[in-house]
Design a binder for this molecule. Structure first.
Ligand SMILES: Nc1nc2c(ncn2[C@@H]2O[C@H](COP(=O)(O)OP(=O)(O)OP(=O)(O)O)[C@@H](O)[C@H]2O)c(=O)[nH]1
Ligand SMILES: [Mg+2]
Length: 282
């Protein structure tokens, strides 16, 4: 599956992030809880080498709770603060503020000794569509940043005041120039971080169904009733079309419509609550 995923504006965005680093006390990295390894931008460890980091496993409402808990332990074992998050619900707002302030504490206290009361400034980073702007809105308690169910919604930076001591910077989603690993490319595409326009979405949806049939077969059969354990991979999209009555006439199935529905329903958490990746075992 060939994917051309690195649009030109990302080079500009990467430069913008680098230019703003000197203003920043903390970097908040949002990962998708369903695929924390694949949604971790490998460029970030170098880009943010001297910055305090907070990792949030966002969209945890769409992932398997037990596996998310394993991921949190995995990050903590590496000395990285990590927590699950749902950027569409306000219940974790306070604990996120505390985690950010905690990460900035050393700097705030050393400034205070010099008599300066510092506002903590944190940059929210991540690959496209992981929920950075939604996170900022839920933290601000108001719709300040534009969000959308597709990648590339945010194109520039935006500062949003959260409390008198905390400001967050929204940033455009950043990918890296080359996907080395086929699984990483697939997972990032499944969750909608690559523009569907540059992908063969019928192939992508077929791959997603194959993956879901391994992880949560009963949920797939329950959602698409014409699909069963004997359906050959080549006919998965036809079976979805048959389940939904997507027929073009003359007995031909609208497999493009099936592909879009499968991707949409997975991304919206309607097929199953699944994690695509578990942390490596020690
Ligand atoms: N179910 C669920 N949906 C979420 C969550 N966070 C964000 N979303 C949805 O995911 C989509 C993307 O959210 P955005 O906040 O626009 O993502 P972003 O990271 O800012 O995306 P770009 O600006 O394109 O890089 C939107 O449809 C949000 O409603 C979450 O925790 N759970
Ligand atoms: Mg955004």
């Amino acid at each position: 599956m060939q994917i051309q995923w690195y649009p030109g504006h990302m080079t500009k965005a990467k430069r913008m992030l680098a230019e703003n680093l000197k203003l920043i006390d903390v970097v908040i990295e949002l990962l998708d809880a369903r695929a924390p390894m694949s949604t971790k931008n490998p460029d970030f460890s170098d880009m943010f080498i001297n910055k305090k980091r907070v990792v949030l496993l966002n969209k945890s409402d769409l992932a398997d709770e037990k596996i998310t808990a394993e991921w949190i332990r995995y990050f903590k074992a590496q000395g990285i603060f990590a927590s699950e998050f749902v950027a569409t619900k306000p219940n974790k707002r306070k604990s996120a503020i505390m985690a950010i302030e905690d990460a900035a504490r050393e700097k705030v206290e050393s400034m205070r000794k010099k008599g300066v009361f510092k506002t903590v400034r944190a940059m929210v980073v991540g690959i496209p569509n992981v929920g950075k702007s939604s996170f900022i809105n839920i933290m601000a308690g108001a719709s300040r940043a534009q969000t959308g169910d597709r990648p590339g919604v945010t194109q520039g930076k935006q500062w949003v005041k959260i409390t008198n001591q905390l400001e967050l910077m929204d940033t455009p989603g950043l990918l890296w120039p080359k996907f080395e690993d086929e699984t990483v490319a697939k997972h990032i595409s499944f969750i909608g971080s690559v523009r569907d326009e540059v992908i063969d979405i019928e192939e992508l949806a077929k791959q997603l169904l194959i993956t879901l049939l391994q992880l949560a077969p009963e949920s797939v059969f329950a959602r698409y009733k014409s699909l069963n354990p004997d359906t050959p991979h080549e006919q998965l999209l036809e079976a979805v079309a048959q389940s939904r009555g997507f027929i073009l006439g003359k007995g031909e199935f609208d497999t493009m419509r099936s592909a879009k529905i499968v991707l949409d329903e997975f991304r919206g958490g309607k097929i199953a609550k699944v994690s695509l990746e578990a942390p490596p075992k020690e």
